[in-house]
Design a protein around this ligand. Structure first.
Ligand code: ATP
Length: 301
């Protein structure tokens, strides 16, 4: 029997409604402040990355859970409007995930996440497992229970699906997960934590000794690519006027997954992701700022 070819991207991840309070300054314990404004935006690392993968041209399916509430309806609509295959999305009887974000005039922020429905995804269903094993790329983050991240990575690995982890938010990880990754994408803080060193270069090389491809993103400084245990290339960020960098990392991950699923090499995929994330910092909000394929191609020339 001929195995069907693996294709597309499966994002196993979170979806949250972000509630953003704009205040003059971050309140101190016990203090009540009146916000200048409050706004709601679809978010969550899983959803942001799935939107980035789909808008950048990847055939993308989302595995995760939403509550059977109004926020869940809005998050579901965001998926459908972005071209994500949402047929496997679970609707569960708890509130959708929410992130309460307080942003001060200084741009400092404080975030509290209520996982809600995301915490219900403890194990894959049979259908979800089938999509993981038939996709070209699994893209996961760390906002779902770790058990399901590990299970997804194991299933993907056994089936020959490329395993990509954006290890955010930062947390310690078991060896059994790190050792089955094909790609690890981390920012500076996450690299140092997982690599066990305050020295970024040392931490990165330690990670690169364990994961075949490691990408360390450095904000406006760009990203560094490691392959086969050593540094392969430094990719400078595009010089643009940044308005809001929220979701730059998520845009990078989603676009990178699209390029890898399409068979592009590491350096080429990083250039594509760098252009996508540079476009995303030029507009307010995470999901609204994630660019479509034609704009990424136009930037690459
Ligand atoms: P976040 O959590 O805010 O989404 P992150 O820490 O995961 O971000 P960053 O390293 O800040 O990710 O950014 C990812 C990529 O986005 C960078 O490698 C870079 O290519 C691009 N980028 C970020 N900030 C800028 C900027 N000011 N100008 C141009 N490109 C940027």
């Amino acid at each position: 029997m001929i195995n069907p070819p693996h294709s597309g991207i499966v994002v196993v991840g979170s979806a949250n409604m972000d509630v953003v309070f704009s205040v003059e300054r971050i309140p101190v314990p016990g203090e009540t402040l009146i916000a200048d404004s409050v706004a709601k935006y679809p978010g969550g690392k899983g959803l942001n990355q799935a939107v980035a993968a789909a808008r950048s041209g990847g055939d993308t399916v989302f595995v995760g859970a939403l509550g059977a509430d109004e926020n869940g309806d809005e998050l579901f609509a965001t998926m459908s409007d972005s071209g994500i295959d949402s047929t496997l999305v679970r609707r569960v009887d708890v509130e959708s995930g929410q992130a309460f974000i307080v942003v001060a005039d200084s741009a400092e922020n404080t975030i509290i996440v209520a996982s809600g429905a995301n915490a219900e995804v403890m194990a894959l269903t049979a259908e979800e497992r089938d999509r993981v094993t038939s996709s070209a790329v699994l893209l996961a983050q760390l906002e779902l229970p770790l058990e399901v991240v590990i299970e997804s990575a194991r299933e993907a690995r056994a089936a020959g699906t490329t395993v990509m982890l954006n290890a955010a938010p930062a947390r310690a990880l078991p060896d059994e997960l790190i050792d089955i990754l094909d790609y690890l994408i981390v920012n500076e803080h996450e690299a140092c934590l997982l690599g066990g060193s305050d020295d970024l270069a040392e931490a990165s090389v330690r990670l690169a000794a364990r994961v075949p491809q490691v990408i360390v993103t450095l904000g406006a400084e760009g990203s560094v690519l490691y392959q086969g245990g050593r540094e392969l290339a430094r990719v400078p960020a595009r010089r643009v006027m940044a308005i809001d960098t929220t979701g730059a990392g998520d845009t990078y991950c989603g676009a990178f997954a699209t390029a890898i699923a399409a068979g592009r090499g590491l350096t080429d995929a990083a250039a594509f992701a760098t252009a996508a994330s540079a476009l995303s910092v030029q507009k307010l909000g995470a999901v609204p700022s994630i660019p479509a394929r034609d704009r990424i191609d136009a930037m690459l020339g």
